[in-house]
Design a protein around this ligand. Structure first.
Ligand SMILES: [Zn+2]
Length: 394
């Protein structure tokens, strides 16, 4: 069903009207003769939610409860996961399909997933998530980031596997704490930017490093982005160093990010200083958001709901005014779309009919209520209804 008349909806909580979809795109004018009709009942129409940072290969969804007794350091979580993945039955193809279907049910039409590449599991995660990407292509757009979760320079053979992952068809080159994990910022960044250049692909780096160390790595990322002419094609995920208490340093970094066209993705975690969303957007930096890991060996939380993520962003940034809460939702829609460089994203004529119908009076109310999703459309086709995906999870 790619030709559709969506009656009585309110695009972005505005005036009630009918919306026509022809060949999977939003169209002008009346619907063609015989087009299917759906009554939206006055609900709010927004473009599809964008899950711009998650880990589809890691989720424990559908598996027995995992009792987490993992150490506090980043490396403890990394090692624990790598060594226990098989024992726990974290089969990447099945687990990624489970999570992706849950995302669709909650209104995400696009997912950027970092997927582990390491010398223990090789490319098993990549192959599994690619199978899901292909199987669910009519329901949700999935993009893979080849992600050296266990470190790259400290684990010889990983860089070669990253190269193979890109050759296999990963859309983005990933990276991880060039100093904090790899202890070799030049080696790490030269390798991943080298792969980006060779394959003509964007970069998305996990940067957990705080304060001065994070600022140093971020400056190196900005330098390389500009030197290689990769403006608009580089993302720093987490970027906790932007949440540092020295706001002069954070402001300098923000200005440099804007100049270099480097994007930021936040997950707005409750326990860590995070980038200030309003400051970044005011400076002209594209900001997207993601759930990060969802119920995995790293932590028990997460549900793939990007409307809830918008609420977390609002809470973490002390957003209270309606225009601020609307900004939080924009991070989870247009912001993520900018990060993923999506074409034809939005509710305009000619845009792809990837959209969500949510209940509520205003956008801010819908975010505050994590409002029910009445309908999710992908390419004009109904892919979820009343919170249930049209495809059943394995
Ligand atoms: Zn992550």
């Amino acid at each position: 069903m790619t030709t559709l008349l969506l009656k009585n909806v309110r695009p972005m909580a505005g005036e009630i009207r009918d919306v026509t979809i022809v060949d999977g795109l939003f169209a002008d004018g009346p619907a063609p003769e015989g087009a299917a009709e759906i009554d939206g009942g006055g609900a709010i129409l927004i473009p599809g939610l964008v899950e711009a940072h998650t880990h589809l290969d890691k989720s424990l969804l559908g598996l027995p409860w995992y009792r987490n007794e993992v150490g506090a350091r980043l490396i403890d979580k990394i090692t624990n996961e790598r060594e226990n993945k098989e024992r726990l039955g974290i089969e990447p193809a099945r687990q990624s399909e489970r999570q992706a279907i849950q995302s669709v049910a909650k209104g995400s039409t696009h997912i950027r997933s970092h997927v582990d590449v390491d010398t223990h599991h090789g490319l098993k995660g990549i192959e599994g998530v690619m199978a899901t990407r292909d199987r669910l292509k009519d329901l949700v757009t999935i993009e893979l980031v080849a992600f050296p979760q266990s470190g790259m320079m400290i684990r010889p053979g990983t860089a070669e596997l990253m190269d193979q992952a890109m050759a296999l068809g990963c859309e983005v080159v990933g990276g991880l704490d060039p100093c904090g994990i790899d202890r070799d910022p030049k080696g790490h960044l030269d390798t991943i930017f080298g792969l980006a250049e060779r394959y003509g692909r964007p970069v998305d780096i996990h940067l957990h490093e705080r304060d001065a160390l994070g600022a140093f790595s971020m400056e190196l990322i900005i330098e390389r982005t500009e030197a290689l002419g990769m403006q608009g094609h580089v993302t720093v995920s987490h970027a906790f160093c932007l949440g540092q208490t020295d706001r002069t340093v954070a402001a300098g970094l923000t200005e440099a990010l804007a100049r270099a066209g480097v994007h930021i993705v936040t997950t707005a975690p409750a326990a860590v200083p995070v980038p200030a969303v309003r400051e970044l957007i005011s400076a002209g930096v594209a900001v997207g958001a993601g759930s990060d890991g969802i119920r995995d060996t790293w932590g028990p939380f997460g549900n793939a709901d990007m409307l809830e993520r918008a609420m977390f962003i609002a809470l973490k940034n002390n957003f209270r005014r309606d225009d601020e809460v609307e900004m939080a939702l924009a991070v989870c829609t247009t912001g993520g779309a900018a990060v993923m460089e999506l074409e034809g994203y939005g509710l305009g004529t000619g845009d792809k009919a990837d959209a969500v119908l949510i209940e509520g009076e205003t956008i801010a109310e819908a975010v505050a209520n994590r409002a029910p999703r009445r309908l999710v459309l992908k390419g004009g086709r109904v892919v979820a209804e009343n919170g249930v995906c049209v495809v059943e999870a394995p």
